[in-house]
Design a protein around this ligand. Structure first.
Ligand code: GLN
Length: 554
């Protein structure tokens, strides 16, 4: 084999930290670094460190923190974990994710169990030591040659200091095996019209104050970095100009690995980490190029409306709340050689102006993603009624499936007040009810990490849309819900024409609802979240089938 991977057997650790401002694509940078190393034949895994106290991302509002990404093992994590899975095409587990809350929880548990042998347990060094232990565990778990660790937040924040301290300690222990990449931002003030390096210079000094010198600077800006700016950064940040990577804005995040390689980033990291992986990319890396070339060549539009409710507040860009859904649509659309055009529709608007629901006719397909609570759901139900009656391709994800069952019960079966216990417990037809296993948790307010979470098996019925899409009898899909289709009503609903084409192995939980092809070109809802398993090189079968049906709509 051509690939003589590295000189030592030591695993390598690459810390990605942010400077100046958040939201400049640190997660995508970390994912892309992991990807270019993977393309050089290394086994790579990635870790996300979130500095907040929450034990996981499950208890945070998506308008404040973005999507909660669910792993196979049920861990509720940050959306960046989704980026890692999509870029690396691997399944990660809870060892790849940590928060301040999670680290402290373990240290306190260990202390209570006398695992520190009577020592005084202190913030330093015991917290950083626990962080290091977790990083090493993730490396072992994946048998990784290289681990990319993204430290959330920006340098200089009080919150991530202990994580930087852990990184510094790792570098001291393994000087040849640890690299630091600073992702920084270079503003171009409109009145000045010139790219400014000073904020990055101060961010590097702040990082220096934590005892860390960056090996590489990824310079994020609207435009490419010129030589002059590289020289300046090099001089004042103490980083060779050749190790300053220009990272201008791009149309597609999937182009970033190739852009990094134009700047020679994987070679640079090989140098910094004393690796001799100086070979070309592994042949399988070309599949990614095929995928990205489609992004640029796809001309014909595929117009998809996403009808949801997490549109109204917070620091987060709206699309962050639904990032996996967006990416899954993109993967599926590009597979059809179509250019996805997404429109965001706040379901509350349909409640204010019911006639506006007919605007949905201009789209090739409609998606209702997951959600919680009562706000905006009547608007969603009227949207579902419209797409069902007007034969517009529909994909409902989790709440989007539950609300499709409610819509069908109300308007086809005539159960006028059909609802879910989540919204109207007094309804005389609770077609969506709380799962038996969830009752006690809700009663005792035991909310954190207690939904039906993670991958479960489902059986797919013969001669259904779902079977045609998957091509298999069983599937594993990721879940995140407390409510389910009420089995009491299943027979009546099926008799009226909605088919439950996916069920849990014991038949008790309805996993997929669909209308037969004779009744509608594509109307399907899933109790699970297929979007979490869609990958650029492996679009999800149900999204693919939906995009195919949407491409055919005229
Ligand atoms: N609110 C619904 C439930 O808990 C749907 C959840 C979701 O869409 N993820 O069952």
């Amino acid at each position: 084999m051509l690939f003589n991977k590295k000189t030592t057997e030591n695993p390598k650790y690459i810390f990605v930290v942010g400077g100046v401002i958040s939201g400049v694509g640190k997660g995508i940078t970390a994912s892309s670094i992991a990807k270019i190393l993977q393309d050089r034949g290394l086994k790579v895994t990635a870790i996300k460190i979130d500095p907040y106290i929450n034990v996981d991302a499950g208890t945070m509002n998506p308008t404040e923190h973005g999507e909660c990404f669910v792993l196979d093992d049920g861990d509720e994590t940050d959306q960046d974990m989704g980026n890692y899975e999509r870029f690396l095409n691997v399944d990660l587990s809870r060892v790849n994710y940590m928060t301040t809350g999670r680290v402290y929880q373990t240290v306190i548990e260990k202390e209570r169990n006398l695992e520190y042998g009577g020592k005084c347990v202190e913030v330093v060094p015991h917290i950083p030591m626990e962080v290091i232990e977790r990083i090493e565990r993730a490396q072992k778990n994946a048998e990784a040659d290289a681990v990319v660790i993204e430290v959330g937040g920006t340098v200089g924040e009080y919150q991530n200091m202990l994580f930087l301290e852990a990184a510094r300690m790792m570098k001291l222990r393994h000087p040849k095996d640890v690299a630091f990449v600073m992702v920084s931002y270079l503003p171009v003030p409109s009145k000045v019209g010139e790219m400014k390096t000073k904020p990055t210079q101060s961010a590097v000094r702040t990082l220096n104050a934590s005892g860390i010198q960056p090996d590489v600077i990824v310079a994020r800006s609207n435009d490419a970095l010129d030589e002059k700016r590289k020289e300046k950064l090099s001089m004042f940040c103490n980083v060779a100009a050749s190790r300053i990577i220009s990272a201008p804005d791009v149309d597609s995040i999937y182009d970033i690995p190739a852009n990094f390689e134009k700047e020679g980033l994987s070679d640079i990291l090989c140098d910094v980490l004393f690796m001799t992986c100086r070979n070309n990319r592994v042949p399988s890396a070309e599949q990614w190029d095929v995928f990205t070339s489609r992004i640029h060549s796809a001309k014909e539009e595929l117009k998809i409306a996403v009808v949801g409710k997490y549109f109204d507040t917070g620091n987060y860009v709206l699309s962050d709340a639904y990032i996996s859904v967006i990416e899954a649509i993109r993967h599926a659309a590009y597979a059809q050689n179509r250019r996805p055009v997404l429109s965001w529709i706040n379901s509350v608007d349909f409640e204010k102006d019911p006639a506006s629901v007919k605007d949905l006719a201009k789209y090739d397909g409609v998606i209702v993603p997951g959600g919680f609570g009562a706000r905006g759901i009547e608007g969603i139900i009227s949207a579902i009624k419209f797409v069902r009656e007007n034969k517009i391709p529909y994909l409902g994800l989790c709440y989007g499936m539950q609300l499709a069952v409610i819509e069908f019960s109300r308007n086809v079966l005539g159960w006028r007040d059909a609802s879910t216990r989540e919204v109207n417990p007094k309804s005389s037809h609770l077609v969506i009810d709380v799962m038996e296993s969830q009752k006690e948790k809700l009663d005792t307010k035991d909310y954190g990490g207690t939904m039906r979470l993670g991958a479960y098996e489902a059986y797919i019925g013969k001669d259904t849309l779902a079977r045609a899409a998957y091509g298999t009898e069983t599937v594993m899909e990721r879940h995140r819900h407390r409510y389910e289709v009420n089995s009491k009503y299943v027979a009546d609903i099926e008799k009226a024409g909605l088919v439950f084409s996916g069920r849990s192995p014991d038949g008790s939980l309805m996993e997929i609802a669909e209308l037969p092809k004779s009744a509608h070109p594509f109307f399907l809802g899933t109790q699970f979240h297929p979007e979490f398993k869609s990958r650029p090189l492996r679009p999800h079968p149900l999204f693919k089938a939906f995009a195919e049906a949407a491409s055919k709509k005229n």
